[in-house]
Design a protein around this ligand. Sequence first.
Ligand SMILES: [Zn+2]
Length: 125
Amino acid sequence: MSMYPYYTIIKESNYDENAGFQYFAFPGSQDTYVAVEHYCTNPNCECTSLILEINRVMPNGKAQKIGDITLRFPDYKIEMIEAKAPYQAKLKRQFKQGIPEVWKSYILQHRNHVREIIGAVNGDI
Ligand SMILES: [Zn+2]
């Protein structure tokens, strides 16, 4: 697995600076967090995972990494959450029912796009 952020993979093509960033907040908190989609770029790899790198958006606009969520494609099942305390528990609670439905259509579209860019042989699901 060689995982890279979607925005760096598509940099050469039609680059949309908001593509691959899913924003959310924890209940009762004003802080903004962002899940940055990472995909495997090895065309011969048969892994079916993708990673959501979770960052806290600081008041100065900079991002601070708090953890990673590993998702399985194509069912979007959360395979692993790896984060620093107290975020491990917070993320587990936040995504107890899985990731938001609306993220799934973006992920499907972005994953297919990455497969197309890298010329994956097994691009069809
Ligand atoms: Zn892979």
